[in-house]
Design a binder for this molecule. Structure first.
Ligand code: PEP
Ligand code: CO
Length: 478
């Protein structure tokens, strides 16, 4: 889809007026929890919002969303905060993974199952290698809104609004398809609900059975020469499962150990949608964004005085912020102060995405500053968004070696600083796509057109993802 999503080194300036533009933004220093409400973001500048052609139609959709049931519950979000608190403390690892942009068109049960299957396979390998619980967090059941490098693109002679995710418009390169349509927010809500329903069934109903997941990994290991390099780890996991059975641990289908917790997350970009799904929790009186368990702020919308920081500062969910290579230590600290003033472990995840060339030079300063300021954050490495480039023919891609290289750099920096490399954040699919280069099958540039189906950024395919998990396992063990 035209413009690369990785090249932004800093949040972009405002791209034309948004409904929130007219009001002056208070400075971060003037912010206080008492002045927060689910709509207080509307007094700030909201970057990356669509130009809705009809405000009345947006308001009608917001009204309809406000009366829909929540997708997730506040109690679940709090449990996730506790789990991420263990990551912040070095007692757990987090795997956040899924599509760059979920598509309204790829919504079959098989596609959702296959994505979950990859995440579970990766998680088993990481759990074994780290000897720690792995918090499983999907970019799923709501990852429909995309920030873009430019508000418009040229297709032939025609300039048209850029694709902003299926919650806003369609990706077809036709002017009519690109007009923002607010009823898509309702479709996104219903798609999220049905995806989440299936995920809940799969994760509680036997699909996550440890022995199955391990058998899938054994298939991967046996199916190629590269896979066989992981034979030793797979054999150790096998032996451990036999040991557990011998000790009387019930590994049969339906046993409690076979149920896993998969949490949902997406970029909280489209604030009208997020606000409409925000509910006051009856137990605590606090507001939660019930569109997902965890929400994050993107690299392009993390302005301290902007609408996105304002909105997420006030919800009770665990939240994340993407940090690109231009982030200064002071900015990182200010974001921590603003988004987690109470310093609750697990509340805030800093998702760094610097690119393989910059990770070892930029990350140490941020880690030192945040640690010295006493902020208990989860450090998560997104090795995707700083490593995107355009291949011959213009397709955006990433090389497996760069992805792995950034993760290596991330581990090395944390080891040096004495901090915990809490987790990884990857864009993947369960489908057999050819979008990223390299990996176990060594996908080459000329093979990219074969199965390139993403509507936004290039994703690791299932085999590349499992390959990556085994590589990270090696790092965790060394
Ligand atoms: C994304 O995660 O898809 C994304 C757009 O990331 P970033 O905000 O880091 O560019
Ligand atoms: Co992306």
């Amino acid at each position: 889809m035209g413009t690369p999503e990785d090249q932004t080194s800093a949040p972009l300036p405002a791209q034309g007026p948004t409904p929130a533009d007219s009001a002056a933004s208070p400075s971060p220093a003037s912010w206080s929890p008492a002045s927060w409400s689910p709509s207080s973001w509307r007094d700030r500048v909201a970057q990356q919002q669509p130009s809705w052609p009809d405000r009345g139609a947006v308001e009608a959709v917001e009204a309809e969303l406000r009366v829909q049931p929540p997708l997730v519950f506040a109690g679940e979000a709090r449990t996730l905060t506790l789990a991420l608190g263990n990551v912040a403390a070095g007692r757990a690892f987090v795997l956040q993974a899924g599509d760059c942009a979920e598509s309204f068109n790829d919504h079959s049960a098989d596609q959702i199952r296959d994505k979950l299957r990859v995440i579970l396979q990766m998680a088993v390998v990481l759990t074994y290698a780290s000897g720690l619980p792995v918090v499983k967090l999907g970019r799923i059941a709501g990852q429909y809104a995309k920030p873009r490098s430019s508000p418009v693109e040229r297709v032939g002679d025609v300039e048209m609004p850029v694709f902003r995710g299926h919650i806003v418009n369609d990706d077809a390169p036709i002017l009519a398809a690109r007009v923002p349509d607010p009823t898509r927010m309702l479709t996104a809500y219903h798609r999220s609900a049905s995806t989440l329903n299936l995920l809940r069934a799969f994760t509680k109903g036997g699909f996550a059975d440890l022995s199955h997941v391990h058998a899938w990994n054994q298939e991967f290991v046996a199916s190629s020469a590269e896979g066989r390099r992981y034979e030793a780890i797979a054999e150790e996991i096998d032996r451990t499962l036999r040991f557990m059975r011998a000790c009387g641990v019930d590994l049969s289908a339906g046993a409690p150990i076979q149920q896993v917790d998969l949490y949902t997350s997406h970029e909280a970009l489209l604030l009208e949608y997020e606000q409409a799904l925000t509910r006051r929790d009856s137990l605590t009186g606090q507001f939660y964004d019930c569109s997902a368990h965890m929400l994050w702020i993107g690299e392009r919308t993390r302005q301290l005085d902007g609408a996105h920081v304002e909105f997420l500062a006030g919800v009770g969910n665990p939240i994340g912020v993407k940090l690109g290579p231009s982030t200064t230590p002071d900015e990182a600290i200010e974001l921590c102060e603003r988004l987690n003033p109470e310093r609750v472990p697990g509340r805030l995840t800093l998702i760094t995405r610097f690119g393989v060339a910059k990770v070892t030079s930029v990350l140490p300063g941020l880690v030192r500053a945040v640690t010295d300021a006493g902020h208990p954050v989860v450090w998560e490495c997104d090795p995707m968004h700083g490593n995107t480039f355009s291949a011959e023919g213009g397709r955006k891609t990433r090389h497996f070696d760069d992805v792995l290289g950034e993760i290596r750099g991330f581990f090395a920096v944390h080891e040096h600083e004495g901090t915990w490399p809490g987790g990884v954040h990857v864009e993947l699919t369960g489908d057999d796509v050819t979008e990223c280069l390299g990996g176990v099958e060594d996908i080459l540039e000329e093979q990219l057109p074969l199965r390139y189906t993403t509507t936004c950024d290039p994703r690791l395919n299932a085999r590349q993802s499992i390959d990556l998990a085994f590589r990270v396992a090696e790092l965790l063990r060394s």
